[in-house]
Design a protein around this ligand. Structure first.
Ligand SMILES: CC(C)C[C@H](NC(=O)CN)C(=O)O
Length: 463
């Protein structure tokens, strides 16, 4: 009986928050190699949780990653688990990740990022929304059935990884190698690694891809005093900023030749769908805290967020960034930027276009410094068929829990493995967001609302 399940979930709220608190306390930052032990510990905790629920659990070794200094480091194991193997039932596989983006209190957090703190119905902590609470929601859904000794209506598998935030290293190969084993009986894949667009619940049918680049400019043997040497050497930082400035215009036009050639045209049907979505551009602007957006028209804004490519410059390694006034000329600097790409762009083509473009503009500078360009992540975009029965089931579950129709949305961010699931396993995927529109993913004060978490967990039960 669904009412027993809902009562069980209602009665276990405190326990759920406590488990999330324990998970958030683990600094499972996949981009920081010094935190790797924490990431290994996190994967063990996930395995343990699923094992205690009676699942058939494996921690799958996916090999090593090569670090820029030439050394190698073991990737965190991928946790797989299985609940039920009834051939008369469909099998769904829930994918999620438990690694997080970096976070420090000094970045401007109001609370300690790794100490889950509840304020006015929101749970603040790094990874609370991206993606620890959503992973736990799916675990708690099955746990409720098990605890009440109720038969699961479907067989459930889990695939939980620890490298999503750095491009899901090693996971492509694991999925390919397990196509005819772990994935052989999987009918559908569910991902809850995204957020709603507004206060309305949503279903997500597309994500952008991500090509992440390092552009390194190297000059003198060591850092130099700008008073002693300034004016006599061609500075790596000046070169780097010069070439980064040729990537995108102030109004957002990407300047890399050919980059938009493969972008699928924006159809009238899409235009109509975007037009029908309830979305207030002005509150979006206010929430971000900017005076002006690139587009004030709802359709154009959503289109540029979801289905046009863009360039973002993320940082410069080697640059002086402390609060003081060091007067240095850095000897070697690495610019980090990424291109969010959309159907039908291909990361291999983007890699060549970007590399050729940067070398060409650098050559024009006639600088004696050395430029190296490397693509670090090459994750493809993903798009689902919203007419698939998976989306019909999703819409029905949302309608039953929230009593409103789900917004059909796309995601500007990337879930690197989504497209691999689709291409390799040939199974259909649905994204059921368990994050609020204002959760602050990757940002300061990331949070999960207890209400959203609770209600979407119920959607999971009904799904
Ligand atoms: C390739 C990126 C690092 C992936 C990352 N994914 C998410 O945030 C999904 N929760 C992104 O920046 O989009």
């Amino acid at each position: 009986m669904i009412s027993n399940l809902i009562k069980y979930v209602d009665d276990h709220q405190e326990e759920y928050v406590q488990t999330l608190r324990e998970w958030v306390a683990v600094e499972s930052d996949s981009s920081d190699v010094t935190k790797r032990a924490e990431l290994y510990r996190m994967m063990d905790m996930v395995g343990e949780k699923l094992r205690k629920m009676g699942g058939k659990v494996e921690l799958v070794d996916i090999g090593e990653e090569q670090l820029p200094d030439g050394s190698s480091l073991a990737l965190p194991k991928v946790v797989t688990a299985q609940f039920g193997s009834d051939v008369n039932k469909p099998t769904v596989c829930v994918y999620g990740h438990v690694d997080v983006q970096p976070a420090q209190k000094e970045d401007g957090w109001a609370t300690e990022p790794y100490n889950l703190t509840e304020i006015n119905g929101n749970l603040y902590g790094r990874g609370a929304s991206d993606n620890k609470a959503p992973v736990l929601a799916w675990i708690h859904a099955v746990e409720a059935f098990k605890a009440l000794d109720m038969d699961l209506p479907v067989n459930v598998k889990y695939l939980i990884e620890g490298m999503e935030e750095t491009g899901s290293n090693g996971l492509d190969a694991m999925i390919k190698s397990q196509k005819s084993t772990f994935f052989s009986d999987v009918d559908y894949i569910i991902i809850s690694d995204c957020g709603w667009l507004s206060k309305r619940p949503a279903l997500t049918y597309g994500t952008r891809g991500n090509c992440y680049f390092f552009a390194e400019v190297e000059g003198p043997k060591q850092d130099l005093h700008s008073g002693v040497y300034g004016g006599t050497v061609i500075e790596p930082m000046t070169d780097l900023i010069g070439i980064l400035d040729t990537l995108i215009s102030p109004s957002g036009t990407i300047l890399i030749p050919g980059i938009r050639d493969a972008v699928a045209p924006f159809s009238d049907e899409e235009w109509k769908m975007y037009q029908d979505i309830e979305f207030d551009v002005e509150s979006y602007r206010e929430k971000i805290g900017v005076e002006q957006l690139m587009y004030n028209n709802k359709v154009e804004l959503l289109a540029h967020r979801w289905r046009h490519p863009t360039v973002s410059i993320h940082g410069i390694n080697g640059a002086f960034s402390a609060p003081g006034t060091k007067t240095v000329i850095p000897a070697k600097v690495t610019g980090k930027f990424s291109i969010r790409q959309v159907p039908d762009m291909d990361p291999a083509v983007v890699e060549k276009q970007v590399t050729d473009h940067l070398h060409s503009v650098f050559a024009k500078r006639k600088s004696p410094n050395k430029l190296k360009v490397k693509m670090i992540i090459g994750a493809k975009p993903w798009l689902a068929d919203i007419k698939h029965s998976l989306y019909e089931a999703g819409k029905a579950a949302v309608k039953r829990v929230f009593n409103v129709d789900a917004d059909m949305i796309r995601e500007g961010g990337t879930i690197p493995i989504a497209r691999t699931f689709q291409d390799v396993t040939e199974k259909s995927i649905i994204m059921l967001p368990i994050g609020g529109f204002d959760d602050g993913l990757h940002s300061q004060n990331e949070k999960m609302s207890t209400k959203t978490w609770h209600y979407v967990l119920m959607c999971g039960l009904l799904y």
